[in-house]
Design a protein around this ligand. Structure first.
Ligand code: ATP
Length: 265
């Protein structure tokens, strides 16, 4: 399946909670070309997950539209696979059964499933762990299974919500490298949420920095540093500084907002 193109057009999202309304997204418009690796970057509360959930079809915009290959998103679909920070594996199933689950639902033949699961176990270095249960795996391994499960369905779009946020630095770097390898091999369109500036620069073709409440696009830039990127390189650090200032401004707005709310309560 060819990677699709995503178009976010004038999207607003308003949550009504208790006695107040939260404008989580305001006038977001983005054109994401097929095959692009885009990171949504910003501090907590700037609407990254809200935007990702809207593209996934889990929570639709209050205003505006999201189109995948010109078709409006109105519900979750098999063309958009989601990977969460909290793995979301079935604890009673082995690694291979977790990966195969969606394929059984699709009604694929046992032979095809065995072949595809075998390939994915190999691709994500999980072959020796195929019979294990999630509780017997490290966080990094569990996240590999979660990625394999989405890849099994062959979704041409991968939506990833802080997938490596709970992992230690070394495991995180390994999985980032694997993700880049898989992405360049399988040519998926990836929308990846992170609040780590370094992770965004390491991975992305493009970084969209968001503002804190309402969530708008603060900066939208292409990363021109060739891969594999060296976080110690001067050009990497220069971009890190530039993005750091932008994110810090939003972080400060977040803190002042929290202080203001605490004073009201
Ligand atoms: N279901 C909801 N009901 C009410 N408010 C919500 C809901 N979901 C999100 N919000 C609010 O919308 C804003 C954006 O939240 P969102 O989770 O998208 O931010 P984020 O950038 O992904 O942050 P984090 O990194 O902490 O997940 C926040 O102010 C949040 O409190």
């Amino acid at each position: 399946m060819q990677a699709p193109h995503i178009r976010v057009d004038g999207v607003n999202k308003i949550f009504a909670s208790h006695d107040r309304q939260v404008v989580a997204l305001k006038d977001i418009s983005l054109e994401i070309p097929r095959g692009q690796f885009t990171c949504l970057l910003g501090p907590s509360g700037c609407g990254k997950s809200t935007l990702l959930n809207a593209v996934a079809g889990f929570s639709l915009p209050s205003k505006g539209t999201i189109l995948v290959d010109s078709v409006p998103v109105s519900a979750p679909g098999p063309d958009r696979g989601m990977v969460f920070q909290e793995y979301a594996l079935f604890p009673w199933m082995t690694v291979e059964d977790n990966i195969a689950f969606g394929l059984h639902i699709k009604g694929m033949s046992k032979t095809t499933i065995r072949k595809r699961v075998g390939d994915l176990l190999g691709m994500l270095s999980l072959t020796d762990f195929r019979q294990r249960f999630p509780k017997d795996l490290s966080g990094g391994m569990r996240q590999r299974v979660a990625i394999a499960r989405v890849l099994a369905l062959d979704s041409p779009i991968m939506l990833m919500d802080e997938p490596f946020g709970a992992l230690d630095a070394l495991t995180r770097r390994n999985l980032q490298d694997e993700l880049l390898r898989i992405w360049s091999e399988l040519k998926k369109t990836i929308l990846f949420v992170t609040h780590s500036i370094e992770e965004a620069i390491y991975l992305a073709d493009r970084i969209v920095v968001m503002t804190y409440r309402p969530g708008t696009v603060k900066r939208d830039l292409l990363v021109h540093i060739p891969r594999m990127r060296d976080p110690a390189a001067p050009e990497f650090n220069a971009l890190k500084r530039e993005l750091g200032l932008l994110v810090m401004e939003e972080q400060e707005r977040h803190h002042s907002d929290e202080l203001r709310m605490a004073a009201v309560d």
